[in-house]
Design a protein around this ligand. Structure first.
Ligand code: ADP
Ligand code: MG
Length: 266
């Protein structure tokens, strides 16, 4: 499977006749099969970067390559999961998953569609919920359907923009474990780009953490925690604690800079 190569990418928004530079000459190479978390304070350009990878927007300068192909629109090799549940309200959980699969495999026979959809709904722990509509499911269950759908679409690259940002802490922990489990146990090794502003979430999930400051990448850290990490052991380890302090320090550094720019004492 191909790498994602972000090469000298800049991006500008235009809003009420004013231009705003959201990314300034960002370069990043994500290896095939890596689980990368992008963190950084709100507004630093995380969502902009991931939508460029998805192909929904085009860079102002530079380019994004997947393998040797330039990204110039959405593709079947990539699938995005957002914070806000992107399910169709008028389709059951199963029909939502089938809808996704049909986008990628339009000619797949009905019995295979049904089998794959059921299979993935079971994998995400939703046995018995196949015929429920989104409104009959909790937020966490809806995100499980969204994960089932995106995996059933069999992408090489899973793009996730704060997918667990809107659920309670316990559900969030369960969804993190579910995602890691699915990524480790599926036959196909997918590349995951996962945005969060939660340091602990990034440390638990990622092989590599990219810390962004407004418009730029500030730090690129290989966590080195190993694939079979256990949450309790990991979070109490000195390596985890030290990386955690460093990342939290980076968040506060920005806040201090901003306060200093305003001319206030801290
Ligand atoms: P993040 O996901 O890290 O919170 P974004 O990528 O959403 O950040 O936004 C980066 C910057 O670009 C922010 O300052 C934001 O206000 C600005 N921005 C995002 N979307 C738009 C838009 N559609 N129009 C104008 N400015 C935008
Ligand atoms: Mg965002």
């Amino acid at each position: 499977m191909p790498d994602i190569d972000v090469k000298n990418v800049s991006f500008e928004y235009e809003y009420e006749n004013k231009k705003y530079l959201a990314l300034d000459n960002v370069s990043l190479r994500i290896q095939d099969g890596e689980f990368v978390c992008i963190i950084g304070q709100s507004g630093c350009g995380k969502s902009t970067l991931i939508t460029l990878m998805e192909g929904l927007q085009k860079p102002l300068a530079g380019q994004i390559l997947i393998g040797d192909k330039n990204v110039d629109g959405p593709g079947k090799d990539r699938c995005m999961v957002f914070q806000h549940y992107s399910l169709f309200a008028w389709l059951t959980a199963e029909r939502n998953v089938i809808f996704g699969i049909k986008q990628v495999y339009p000619k797949m026979p009905k019995k295979d569609l049904d089998r794959i959809a059921t299979d993935y709904l079971h994998k995400v722990g939703l046995e018995g919920y196949e015929n429920k509509y989104p409104r009959q499911l909790s937020g966490g269950q809806q995100q499980r359907v969204a994960i089932a759908r995106s995996l059933a679409m069999n992408p090489d690259i899973l793009l996730m923009d704060e997918p667990f940002g809107a659920v309670d802490t316990k559900t969030r922990t369960e969804l993190q474990d579910l995602l890691l489990d699915l990524c480790r146990n599926e036959e196909k090794k997918r590349t995951v780009v996962f945005i969060t502003h939660d340091v602990d979430e990034a440390l638990y999930l990622a092989d590599r953490i990219i810390f962004m400051q407004p418009k730029k990448i500030r730090r690129d850290i290989q966590t080195g925690f190993g694939k079979d990490r256990k949450r309790d052991e990991l979070t109490s380890s000195p390596e985890y604690q030290s990386l955690r302090r460093e990342l939290i320090g980076l968040f506060y550094e920005r806040v201090r800079d901003e306060i200093a720019e305003e001319g206030a004492y801290i």
